[in-house]
Write a protein that binds this ligand. Structure first.
Ligand code: GLP
Length: 232
């Protein structure tokens, strides 16, 4: 897995420009987008740099089991941080209906949409506990899209994002579909991510740190800012 590092202020423009180049006009792309704090400045730079999603099928990476419209939901974050900044809507938008019953059927529906063409690119963030999406520690490399119990730090993330009540569960694209993406970008910023990024890059590959599985992927890259790459 390659590691590309940028200065704190250069990181977002670099990722934004990379995404503009990945989504050229007229080329149908299928891309899964993480939400959370990390990608927000990169998405803003993408939009400011003329990025558009007209030819892109957008897949949301994960979602909290929170009522529709809750500001802490991932679909709300994606709208605020990316979709509303772009000049026109994406070619298609795939999100989770967390009120569907049974939820397992909703997970299978989403997995079918993923598999009907796969992902050209998965844009991921890194959880403080090594998760990607909501694939918490303990997630094997072949896990499907599914309902998950959230680690306390992930629940705290939801509160940080503005959730009106802390969700205990979520739905996430599973490790299998993430690892099946043709290309993966793991976005990591800030000194608070340095210790876990060091584990991802140099520790054992396995379910204890789900992001470590990216090291077995032929086309995965970590795009980090300098503070995230100084082991502490
Ligand atoms: C959250 C989400 C992930 C996100 C990660 C990092 O809980 N489940 O999709 O990428 O944790 O979040 P942040 O970028 O806010 O640190």
């Amino acid at each position: 897995m390659k590691l590309e590092t940028f200065g704190r202020n250069e990181w977002a423009p670099a990722v934004g420009a990379r995404l503009v180049a990945f989504l050229p006009d007229g080329r149908h792309r299928r891309v899964c987008f993480a939400t959370g704090s990390t990608p927000e400045p990169a998405y803003a730079a993408f939009a400011a740099g003329g990025g558009a999603l007209d030819d892109t099928e957008v897949f949301l990476l994960d979602e909290f089991l929170l009522p529709r419209g809750d500001p802490g939901r991932c679909d709300e974050m994606l709208a605020r941080s990316l979709l509303e900044l772009c000049p026109s809507p994406p070619l298609a938008l795939h999100t989770f209906d967390v009120s569907a019953e049974p939820l397992d059927d909703e997970c299978r529906r989403y997995e079918r949409e993923l598999d009907a063409g796969g992902l050209d690119l998965a844009i991921l963030g890194l959880g403080a506990n090594g998760h990607i999406g909501m694939n918490e520690p303990g997630s094997a490399a072949d896990t499907p899209t599914r309902v998950v119990d959230l680690h306390p730090t992930t629940q705290q993330n939801a509160a940080r994002y503005g959730a009106t009540s802390p969700p205990s569960r979520g739905i996430t694209i599973g490790m299998r579909a993430v690892l099946a993406a043709a290309e993966i970008w793991l976005l990591v910023t800030g000194e608070h991510k340095a210790a876990i990024l060091n584990q991802v890059l140099t520790g054992p590959i396995g379910p204890d740190v789900p992001a470590s599985f990216l090291r077995d992927h032929p086309n995965a890259i970590v795009i980090a800012d300098e503070p995230a790459t100084i082991p502490r």
